[in-house]
Design a protein around this ligand. Structure first.
Ligand SMILES: Cc1ncc(COP(=O)(O)O)c(C=O)c1O
Length: 490
């Protein structure tokens, strides 16, 4: 072969075969979503599959895809199936899968408008639509950043908060040096990505107040006010209050209007972590629950949760693009804005990342393919299934529902075949989680509420129906009884 004539491209027919074989793997996977939720291979086993030297020579497509089938496509933890209840794992949707493929094929870099004209405008449109969907803005001038996930969405919101709030003090020039310590407030149920953000932004854990919650796991407003006042007395600067639009533990929504009032009173930034629940604000019947969301200065959302997108896609919404620009923009000769005076949006000037893929494309395609009402109905369905699960648990004698919320997370305990001491119930519910993983049929994890272990079911998957919820309860009961017997509980 001529020294300079090689390319990584295949002839078109071979590319076609690569795509066809890949498509066959996808269809094979989607023809079987109902099997066990967890593959159950040991870590050593999976390590061994991939423990090989860096390949010097290439493998032919057929054997490569054969390996992909056995080691990857046939072995996933089934986020995409109906038996997933752990963490916040929405199953994705098929339009997103196609969109990811198409976006990868045109491989646009959504850093500057002229690098990705259509996909930049699509990203802007998705931000306006998302804003309209949850009732944040009128759908025309909200600023936003499409980011990797909810954690990045919180970090982005809090970065904008810090840089805009301390803009006059020249924070981008001086950093935090010379600033009186400033304080962030949020309920003790707030997601750990906020802790990470607080540390990364140089604010420090000592300036992050975790405010206790009421019995519905919502922030205690009196404790919050007291904490702000006492910081002021101590010479600190209250800077930002974070409201939860759905906590990760129980789905609790903080009183957002009250938080907005308080933020106004103390002239502090109001950020909402809506990664779990903000998209539920799209349902008119939840207007009261989410009242005040529209008053936030910034909102973190997650589209790979309640918009059923494939991983990864999160989004931060703020009041204007200008706030993002004032937070992030730096001049660089090689990136200078084009001289066109025609409203080109160069997203790199409004965001930390320079090179970026076209994540928003799958949201755009999903909104167009399904329409908002269909997506709202899927969310409604998840919530209805949580209600159904709660009823099953409350009508049983061997389960105890521990948290009550309006969204779609149930926290509960298995009580066993007969009454146990508190200590024994605690042990049973700690041991049941690894036992359920070992059982493999459903995938569910736990958390702690008021220090006590609970089983936590997060229902966020458009492929579930009541029969799956019945199955969940049956499996937990069966595994729970085995654990009870193994532990020899009296
Ligand atoms: C309330 C809340 N905030 C933030 C996050 C972090 O989101 P991600 O996992 O997409 O980074 C989660 C994840 O479950 C969450 O529930």
């Amino acid at each position: 072969m001529d020294e300079y004539s090689d390319t990584l491209d295949f002839p078109l027919e071979e590319f076609d075969r690569l795509l066809s074989l890949s498509k066959a793997l996808v269809l094979d996977r989607y023809s079987n979503l109902n099997g066990n939720a967890y593959p159950g291979h040991s870590q050593q086993q999976v390590y061994n599959w991939f423990d090989e030297p860096l390949p010097e020579d290439g493998t032919d497509i057929d054997s490569l895809l054969g390996e992909v089938k056995t080691k990857v496509m046939d072995t996933p933890t089934m986020n995409i199936g109906p038996h997933m209840y752990a963490y916040v794992m929405a199953g994705g949707n098929q339009v997103s899968i196609a969109a990811d493929l198409l976006a990868a094929a045109v491989n646009q870099n959504v850093a500057k408008w002229h690098l990705a004209p259509a996909l930049t405008e699509i990203e802007n449109r998705v931000i306006q639509w998302a804003s309209e969907f949850i009732g944040y803005g009128d759908g025309n001038d909200t600023g936003g950043a499409i980011v990797s996930a909810g954690s990045a969405a919180n970090l982005t919101g809090l970065t904008v908060a810090r840089n805009i709030y301390f803009e006059q003090a020249g924070i981008r020039e001086h950093g935090l040096f010379g600033q009186k310590p400033f304080v962030v407030y949020a309920s003790d149920q707030t997601h750990s990505s906020v802790d990470k953000s607080i540390q990364m932004l140089g604010i420090g854990n000592r300036h992050y107040r975790k405010i206790p919650v009421n019995r519905n796991y919502q922030i205690d407003m009196d404790a919050l006010k007291h904490s702000i006042e006492s910081d002021i007395t101590d010479g600190l600067q209250p800077f930002c209050v974070i409201g939860n639009a759905g906590t990760v533990n129980t789905g609790a929504v903080d009183p957002l209007n009250e938080l907005a009032d308080l933020a106004e009173k103390y002239k502090i930034w109001f950020h909402v972590d809506g990664c779990y629940g903000a998209l539920v604000a799209s349902l008119p019947e939840f207007a009261e629950t989410f009242a005040g969301l529209d008053r936030a200065n910034s909102i973190a959302c997650d589209f790979h949760k309640w918009l059923y997108q494939t991983f990864e896609i999160g989004c931060t919404l703020v009041r204007s693009w200008d706030q993002l620009k004032r937070t992030y923009h730096n001049n660089a000769d090689y990136l200078a804005s084009s001289q066109h005076n025609d409203n080109r949006l160069d997203i790199n000037e409004h965001h930390f990342q320079l090179s970026r893929n076209a994540k928003a494309f799958k949201v755009w395609m999903s909104f167009k393919a399904f329409g908002s009402e269909r997506l709202r109905n899927m969310i409604r369905n998840d919530i209805a299934l949580r209600v159904y699960l709660d009823e099953l648990l409350e009508n049983s004698t061997d389960f105890e529902l521990v948290s009550h919320n309006e969204l779609a997370i149930s926290c509960f305990r298995f009580l066993g075949s007969h009454r146990h001491s508190d200590e024994q119930t605690r042990l049973l519910n700690e041991e049941i989680i690894p036992a359920l993983e070992q059982d493999q049929r459903v995938f569910i994890t736990g958390t702690r509420l008021q220090g006590e272990p609970v089983i936590r079911a997060c229902i966020i998957n458009h492929r579930k129906d009541k029969s799956h919820i019945d199955y969940l309860v049956t499996v937990i009961r069966e595994v729970g009884l085995k654990v009870e017997a193994q532990l020899n509980l009296e």
